[in-house]
Design a protein around this ligand. Structure first.
Ligand SMILES: [Ca+2]
Ligand SMILES: [Ca+2]
Length: 114
């Protein structure tokens, strides 16, 4: 990666990759998240969106739903599917609740000034 400042989106992409590797490299296979690594990642990095995982049963279920190749670990591809799911439900939240009201507020303020 060379030259100039990266955009917010590029930074976000790098952050996703770095975050995955920061947790996947802790134990066992460096390039895969095992259950304990996945749990730690969610609890430290996604708790505002997903809440904190406390029960082992929840970790089991999350891993089961992400683990497409059945090795009971989450590789980067499977992690990306997970991030896409989280991003997509986050987007739905913004679509329904936040963006419209924010746009209305900004629009209203502008009109009043005119
Ligand atoms: Ca690992
Ligand atoms: Ca897997």
């Amino acid at each position: 990666i060379s030259g100039g400042r990266m955009s917010d989106l590029e930074n976000a992409i790098v952050t996703i990759i770095e975050t995955f590797h920061r947790y996947s490299a802790k134990e066992g296979d460096k390039y895969k998240l095992k259950k304990s690594e996945l749990k730690e990642l969610i609890n430290n990095e996604l708790s505002h969106f997903l809440g904190e995982i406390k029960e082992q049963e929840t970790v089991d279920k999350v891993m089961e739903s992400l683990d497409e190749d059945g090795d009971t670990e989450c590789n980067f591809q499977e992690f990306m599917t997970f991030i896409a799911m989280v991003t997509s439900s986050c987007h739905e939240f913004f679509e329904h609740d936040n963006i419209p009201s924010k746009l209305e507020e900004t629009g209203g303020g502008g009109e009043q000034k005119l």
